[in-house]
Ligand binder design. Sequence first.
Ligand code: PFF
Length: 446
Amino acid sequence: MKRDSFSSRMGVLAAAAGSAIGLGNIWRFTYLMGDNGGAAFFLIYLASVILIGLPIMIAEFTIGRNTQKNPIGAFKSLVPKSAWPLTGWLGIIAAFSVLSFYGVVGGWTLYYLVRSVSQSFLQFSPDQYATIFTNYIENPLIPILTQLIFMGLTFAIVVRGIQSGIEKYSKLLMPLLFLIVILIDVVALTMPGAGEGLAFIFKPDWSKVDMKVIVMAVGQAFFSLSLGMGTMLTYASYIGKQQDLKKTALQVTVADTLVAVLAGVAIFPAVFSFNIDPTSGPGLVFITLPAVFGKMPFGQIVGPAFFLLLAIAALTSAISILEVLVAYFGEELKWGRKKATIISTVLLTLIGMIASLSNGIWNNDAFFGMNFMDFLGAFSSNYCLPIGGFFIAIFVGWRMKPEWSNQELLIGAKNARGNKLVLWLLRTLVPAAIIVVFLSGIGVIG
Ligand code: PFF
């Protein structure tokens, strides 16, 4: 497969921010924040993003641009005949497990987008929205149909390659995403009772914080910044040598966090202003919000706009995950882009179908007490991503020759400021924090 590359700085930013900004920011972040103490969760999340997430993103960028290869090829070329390519393998497994369930939820966003356009959709009671959601996701056919459409869109972009596919569509969709979220914020902030929602986001309640909340915040930082599975590494393999990697990573991180906050501002003031319980788990955006849109000014416009926002966010992230697999198949197995994209999409869609059915007719708790869909989410974000991130940090911190990493970080940058700090974090704090969080996540400590 011939190597493509991003054509502009804006293109890199849009694509990498597009990967980071996804369902994780709007759907996952808001319900985690709702369930785990609002601002207190947010502050711990912020610390994880700055101290753990940002250095790992820089590490992935460093490996990716240095080798210009997919996650497995990258480690193979830097340290041949070692076990390091296993880190890339872990990324491939994570990509399969994340995108297969992500494609299902992506389908949900399309379904809600279409339904929210009809006048009658905004007139149900909160209980009815719960029934609509459950009936839909338990149905054996419709969610699979919406998943197929979503995966089809993802395929259609990735098959066109980096410049005319991923870059072009990210540059088109990301500004639209920002515009929509800001418009919804404006409406949300003018509602009576908005202050209480803002207090929920910005005034910490530390009483809810325990080790479990910290584990979730760190896991969310990995998921939200698309780290630990080689997505950022793969995108960086298409970045030109004239770009400052640290600066790009910082900009992507800021954009990602900003959208999480903007999504919180779009959602919580409205939730509070109608006295709805903010702790409603994964159903928050699909059950609670439609009820809110029904009562809010311009709900008829804000509702569909919100689901369009969600669908765009999901799509620009899904393409980045699919690209990890396409780059791997294309480079390591020497398949053409078309073949690699078709085969990856088909495999992902098949696994996703099983995930979708596990919400309904195949629902059982056979996977460590979870259904298959929840298992895929938990397995990837609680295990694959942190373990992948750990080894990426150790690799750049300890194994990669400092001349190489330093050199790579220097290319395109004005000076070496910050390089030492990043490498120090990657050597010490980042791996130590991941170990503690991981052990407490699996119940060994804490
Ligand atoms: N960052 C995406 C989100 O917040 O929804 C999800 C994601 C994309 C996770 C790519 C991991 C990844 F490699």
